[in-house]
Write a protein that binds this ligand. Structure first.
Ligand SMILES: *[C@@H]1O[C@H](CO)[C@@H](O)[C@H](O)[C@H]1NC(C)=O
Ligand SMILES: *[C@@H]1O[C@H](CO)[C@@H](O)[C@H](O)[C@H]1NC(C)=O
Ligand SMILES: *[C@@H]1O[C@H](CO)[C@@H](O)[C@H](O)[C@H]1NC(C)=O
Ligand SMILES: *[C@@H]1O[C@H](CO)[C@@H](O)[C@H](O)[C@H]1NC(C)=O
Ligand SMILES: *[C@@H]1O[C@H](CO)[C@@H](O)[C@H](O)[C@H]1NC(C)=O
Ligand SMILES: *[C@@H]1O[C@H](CO)[C@@H](O)[C@H](O)[C@H]1NC(C)=O
Ligand SMILES: *[C@@H]1O[C@H](CO)[C@@H](O)[C@H](O)[C@H]1NC(C)=O
Ligand SMILES: *[C@@H]1O[C@H](CO)[C@@H](O)[C@H](O)[C@H]1NC(C)=O
Length: 424
């Protein structure tokens, strides 16, 4: 399959913030086109695609009493978006750290309904983010987000939420702004972002010094840029996926063991799912083997879906919906759910081998939020006419990732107490 691509001139104009090199997303988007067209078709013919169904919200007995304090049986990640006029905890005006590419209101988005929804797990309530509680739990700790630009998007949301309680100091930034550290002095909390496209070592093939968008992945070698920084980290939030949807050669040592989207007759195309699986396996194995990572808890954040409709990113695909989908409307997001399944499988596998692993399972919730992306409002004057349907607006539905993270941290904090770990 031949993928259309941008001229290199245009490519250079894509702002640094757009770390997912959209030009190279083509194979992913071509394959996801099938999904989105089916998806679009389904929406078109669904009798009432946007109705809010209260069926889960009404028929349960006093959930507040039963489940508020970390009921093990409540699946926080299965539920519905319900209207909530309280809006977001912060605005794009009072959070100083929102990058322009996520500042959808600043970039001209007028319709604001997408901030008036909250996530309602079927069996319980998810508490609204409380920055003070969060900072109390992480007092004296170090938290690292490891992944691509969507991981960065998650951090950007967290920075806005926490700034309500304490504005952090920016204490380290590399020249490309891909590795960065913030510190909250009052709570002595360090927040770190470690950039990694694949979690394992990935090297882009160059032809005469120019990039090709084709990568060599070393499935037996974890990316040292994050792995070497593990000691001292208390909480790691690990993610990645979008870079796997391109032409990739897979290596074990010096042997080519397969590829993703290649057409050579003597190499097996194993698909992006395999590459993703092996990379997560290697990464989680590395964490389990880390001797200086005592007490570290790892959260794997599952696949964050993109929502291009009526085309791929470079063929006029858009994401201009203005309300969430119903739970029943995402059943056909099979493609995304398959990647989520692979990640859950690898977490289970890693859990059996030692350290503490948790899942930040946002895939289903986010599949329902085609309205939460910047779309045309990502403020990139070089890419006018192209929508960003991969990242998420701030404020916006991505903020729920931190509501969920806080709920998990509370649970972890209590578990640690039970097990006699020292909670500072
Ligand atoms: C939302 O606002 C209503 C009233 O304005 C309040 O009763 C409710 O507790 C708020 N919900 C949350 C989650 O803060
Ligand atoms: C702050 O936290 C770090 C660990 O993140 C710890 O090493 C250091 O001693 C703490 N400093 C103070 C003043 O508590
Ligand atoms: C690389 O550069 C050389 C010399 O300029 C040229 O002959 C060759 O065709 C180039 N190779 C590719 C793949 O573009
Ligand atoms: C590479 O292939 C050779 C021959 O099949 C095998 O002996 C060797 O173990 C392989 N190396 C790795 C790292 O898998
Ligand atoms: C596949 O075939 C090509 C062309 O014959 C050759 O250059 C390449 O080394 C082969 N790759 C493997 C993994 O055998
Ligand atoms: C996709 O196309 C359909 C039919 O032309 C249209 O109703 C819908 O608004 C389009 N969706 C987007 C996001 O452009
Ligand atoms: C989304 O864009 C399509 C064309 O690109 C347009 O037909 C449709 O009305 C738009 N939908 C909304 C809700 O603006
Ligand atoms: C820990 O559990 C108790 C009840 O078991 C609950 O009251 C408390 O709020 C929990 N602590 C946290 C930090 O969630």
């Amino acid at each position: 399959m031949k993928s259309p691509s941008l001229s290199s001139e245009k490519l250079q104009c894509i702002k640094e913030e757009t770390w997912i090199n959209m030009a190279n997303l083509s194979p992913f988007l071509l394959s996801s086109l099938a999904v989105t067209s089916i998806f679009g078709f389904f929406i078109l013919y669904s009798p009432n695609p946007f109705k809010f169904s209260p069926k889960h919200a009404s028929n349960q007995q006093s959930p507040l009493f039963q489940h508020q304090n970390g009921d093990e049986n409540c699946d926080l990640f299965k539920g519905q978006w319900v209207p909530d006029m309280n809006g977001s905890l912060y605005t794009n005006l009072d959070c100083q750290t929102i990058p322009d590419s996520k500042n959808c209101f600043k970039n001209g988005r007028r319709e604001r309904d997408f901030v008036n929804w909250r996530w309602k797990p079927q069996q319980c309530e998810l508490a609204r983010f409380d920055p003070k509680t969060f900072l109390q739990i992480v007092r004296g700790k170090k938290m690292a987000f490891i992944g691509d630009s969507v991981a960065r998007n998650h951090v950007e949301s967290l920075l806005c939420l926490l700034s309500k309680e304490e504005v952090p100091r920016d204490i380290y930034k590399d020249s490309e702004d891909r590795f960065r550290t913030w510190h909250f002095p009052h709570y002595n909390f360090s927040l770190v972002i470690l950039w990694s496209k694949f979690l394992v070592t990935g090297t882009e093939r160059l032809i005469n010094g120019s990039s090709t968008g084709v990568f060599d992945l070393q499935l037996d070698h974890v990316d040292p840029h994050w792995a070497e920084k593990l000691p001292g980290i208390d909480y790691a939030i690990l993610s990645d996926a979008h870079w796997f949807f391109r032409k990739i050669y897979l290596f074990q040592g010096t042997n080519i063991t397969g590829c993703v989207y290649c057409t050579e007759p003597n190499i097996t195309d194993r698909g992006p799912g395999f590459a993703l699986q092996m990379s997560f396996r290697a990464a989680l194995h590395r964490i389990n083997k880390c001797r200086e990572c005592k007490g570290m808890v790892t959260f794997v954040r599952t696949f964050s879906p993109a929502h291009f409709e009526n085309g791929t990113w470079d063929t006029g695909g858009r994401c201009n919906r203005t309300s969430p989908l119903d739970e029943d409307d995402i059943k056909l997001g099979a493609y995304e759910l398959e990647f989520r399944r692979i990640q859950l499988e690898e977490i289970e596998r890693a859990r059996k081998r030692g350290k503490r692993f948790e899942t930040l399972d946002i895939t289903r919730a986010m599949l329902m939020r085609p309205d939460g992306h910047p779309g045309a409002y990502w403020g990139n004057k070089w890419m006018k006419g192209y929508d960003d349907c991969v990242h998420w607006c701030l404020p916006g539905p991505i903020d729920v990732w931190n509501d969920l993270l806080l709920a998990m941290l509370k649970k972890e904090a209590n578990l640690s107490l039970d097990e006699g770990y020292l909670l500072v």
